[in-house]
Design a protein around this ligand. Structure first.
Ligand code: NI
Length: 131
């Protein structure tokens, strides 16, 4: 661990402190580490590196053929899917989390296709890294 000084305008420092408070970071250093790592994650996705991620889908399983389409699309990209978990939220709605690993562009393509299936209520890809 190395220490270094950072000069910031008052306004930017206030924003950093707001971020520290909102996220309940223990200190500014932890907040800065978080911001740097998040930036590096975005860069890894932009440069199509080997990454990981988790896709969250919410849908009504009564919608015709929706579940069959989700399964067919995942089979087309089976090499990216590490695991998936399906939970029945209530009588109609299901939440599914699909954990993914592979080239960023392929993960994005798979997520886009699943989110675009007719009848999907919510879909969001959380981008992460392998390291
Ligand atoms: Ni269900």
């Amino acid at each position: 661990m190395k220490r270094f000084g950072v000069s910031l305008e008052d306004e930017l420092l206030d924003k950093l402190d707001t971020l520290v408070e909102r996220h309940t970071f223990p200190n500014r250093s932890q907040a800065i580490r978080f911001l740097i790592r998040r930036h590096l994650t975005t860069e890894q996705w932009k440069s199509n590196r080997e990454v990981s991620g988790c896709l969250v889908l919410v849908y009504d399983h009564h919608k015709s053929d929706l579940q069959n389409k989700l399964t067919a699309i995942q089979h087309d990209f089976h090499h990216l899917v590490l695991c998936s978990q399906h939970v029945h939220l209530d009588h109609s709605n299901c939440i599914e989390t699909i954990t993914l690993k592979g080239k960023a562009q392929e993960l994005q393509e798979l997520a886009d296709r699943l989110i675009a299936v007719k009848g999907m209520i919510h879909g969001e890809l959380v981008m992460s890294v392998i390291r």
